[in-house]
Design a protein. Sequence first.
Length: 258
Amino acid sequence: MNGNRWRLDGQVALVTGASVGIGRAIAAELLGLGAEVLLVARDDVQLQASRDDLEEEFPDRDVRAFAADVADPEQRREIFDWIEDLGTGLQLLVNNAGGNVTRAAIDYGEDEWRQIFELNLFSAFEICRFAYPLLCQHAASAIVNVGSVSGVTHVRSGAPYGMTKAALHQLTRNLACEWAEDGVRVNGVAPWYIRTRRTSGKLADPDYLDEVLERTPMRRIGEPEEVASAVAFLCLPAASYVTGECIAVDGGFLRYGF
């Protein structure tokens, strides 16, 4: 078997929401497989700190960073102006940036729920569109969208978050069919609870944690690296005949029965 099928040497990957949590783990996983990685996140201080850490961990890899809020249409354009100026091209895109405010459906302000859509869904759609001309320059390229189990079934995330993730999964299927002839594979992952800064507050409640674990057949919380490995697989040449799929990284949550 050709070992290059399990490597990403010479490929350039753009990862959004890359400074902490799942995004940072994805960046590290791709770097470990030989890719050069372009990091994008809102918090410039945290972003540069993560870049420095990754450069120290992978001294033979090229790590570049650009601070931008992908929920801002103008800043989305600036990301691709930056990539054009770099002249690196682009083979891989991971849309990981996202956020949420959890409320009852009737309690959201209009600006609040619209912002969730802008960050979780519209940004990914636009970034895919901006990336498309670059991705098409290669015989094989890949997009991975980080969705959620909340886009498949009801969880206590609030309606707007679940709506955006369900739409992101459908975007994945649509683009996979539309762009297959251009050599662009499009897949997604759907995590359940993963141990990150964002989930630490809820999981600190022992009663809530017990409820989560009772609905998770593997009886534990996932780690960011476990999402990253699924994302990396979907980027690899080894996954060359996989497109339009969404892999649940959920410890069996979506398959739970009574």
